[in-house]
Ligand binder design. Structure first.
Ligand SMILES: [Zn+2]
Length: 69
């Protein structure tokens, strides 16, 4: 069974949903990964939330250690 179209050696897959990314893709210059704009928008709040939890942990852990000691 032949492939549907010409082989696309430059095919880029979204690092979030793993589907091929067409034009207007977003790329991460550091890792070279590509993303759908919609996937990035859906992903950002989650990352911001995790980052916030990390910041809270950095603040809360020393406070708990002081409080317990
Ligand atoms: Zn995607």
């Amino acid at each position: 069974m032949p492939p549907d179209g010409p082989p696309d050696s430059a095919e880029v897959r979204c690092a979030i949903c793993d589907r091929p990314v067409a034009d207007a893709r977003l790329t991460d210059a550091q890792s070279g990964r590509a993303f759908h704009p919609g996937c990035v928008v859906g992903r950002l709040p989650e990352d911001a939330f995790i980052r916030m939890l990390g910041v809270l942990a950095l603040i809360a852990v020393p406070a708990v250690l002081v409080w317990a000691g």
